[in-house]
Design a protein around this ligand. Structure first.
Ligand SMILES: [Zn+2]
Length: 359
């Protein structure tokens, strides 16, 4: 998933050819499984110590792997300082956990679907597939240069990932949390999401990308996020360490309190994506695809992809390390999606700030 940081200081830029071109119902609070796995450091009590980053194994079984993730980086452009920042921090945490004798599964990878990728590929005259192959290799090369000791590198175009996304989607559908509706609104192609007019700047410009949003009307599938409002409120209240640092928890709680809206999880006009299982004319929206990379990464190379089997290989993650710009997706959308699919929640989401440059 994209750490959508606009940064001009490229760490590597071997691809001059690329970069020189222009480039509804009542809340359902009964669940099939406990929210947090039995080995999780969370329980109904919020008194446990901080998980993972302190080296504490408080509440976790000694045999549980310590699973940590970086975002899956969006391959519309080569890596930048922001991607390196998160990955270096994750590498330091992974090394520390290994020193403590823990089995560590350090996951990183690339998020490769969506309209923006197809546009970036066509701007440099390549197919989306060629473009993704190229940029994901640039990421791998950079991590090698920086001596990043990751254990799993997942690409969202991997066949095993696509199979797991479709199985996850089908579970959520069976649970009654997916419905079809027309949507009309202002869309930021760079964020790949519809925006509320109140969140936009003058001329309907996206505050992140400073470009005008475009008016769109589409027939999409939606995820019933609003059903999970109460669940999310209670989860965060009972497990305040789920979102760190604490001021980001406050931010997340205030988003939730302001009212959660269902969000669209498919696109009708985007070919470069995973087809919706029951409707081949639509592809799955980037977040409903990319977040699943944290699970699909756990599966072995030659295994038949199977959601439940893969979950048993290390889910839930101990720590999602992310930039603050994608906090909402990880701390609000993702827990609700997991809940709907009957899967445990990650133990912690840590949202760090941006690197800034002073003159
Ligand atoms: Zn935007």
């Amino acid at each position: 998933m994209a750490t959508r940081i606009n940064c001009t200081a490229w760490l590597v830029n071997p691809w001059h050819a690329i970069t020189s071109k222009p480039s509804i119902s009542k809340p359902r609070l009964q669940f099939r499984h406990t929210l947090f796995s039995s080995s999780s450091s969370y329980s109904s009590s919020a008194t446990h110590g901080a998980m993972g980053c302190t080296g504490s194994t408080n509440g976790a079984s000694e045999t549980d792997p310590f699973v940590l993730t970086t975002p899956l980086y969006y391959v519309n452009a080569p890596p930048h300082m922001g991607s390196a920042y998160t990955t270096i921090a994750a590498d330091a945490i992974a090394r520390f956990q290994r020193l403590l004798g823990k089995k560590v599964i350090f996951i990183t990878g690339t998020d490769e679907h969506g309209e923006k990728i197809a546009t970036a590929a066509s701007a440099c005259g390549s197919s989306p597939r060629e473009h993704c192959d190229l940029i994901s290799q640039v990421y791998k090369a950079l991590w090698k240069d920086l001596d990043i000791a990751y254990d799993k590198f997942i690409r969202t175009t991997d066949a095993k990932h696509e199979a797991i996304v479709q199985q996850f989607y089908s579970r959520v559908l069976e649970n009654g949390d997916i419905y079809r509706a027309d949507y009309e609104g202002l869309y930021c192609v760079n964020c790949e999401e519809y925006k509320d007019e109140k969140d936009l700047l003058d001329n309907n410009c996206c505050p992140m990308h400073l470009k005008p949003c475009v008016h769109r009307k589409e027939d999409n599938y939606f995820f019933a996020l609003s059903k999970y409002q109460k669940f999310l409120e209670e989860t965060l209240e009972q497990n305040p360490e789920f979102v760190q640092p604490p001021f980001r928890l406050n931010e997340v709680q205030s988003w939730i309190r302001s009212g959660l809206k269902d969000f669209s999880i498919s696109r009708a006009s985007v070919d470069w994506g995973i087809p919706v299982p029951n409707d081949k004319k639509q592809t799955i929206y980037v977040w409903f695809d990319a977040l699943l990379g944290y699970i699909s990464a756990l599966s072995g190379e030659n295994e038949q992809p199977d959601l439940q089997g893969t979950v048993s290989l290390g889910w839930p993650a101990s720590l999602h390390l992310i930039g603050k710009d994608i906090l909402r997706f990880h701390a609000v959308y993702w827990p609700a999606m997991l809940m709907s699919a009957g899967l445990s929640l990650p133990k912690k989401v840590f949202g760090h700030g941006f690197l800034t440059r002073t003159a």
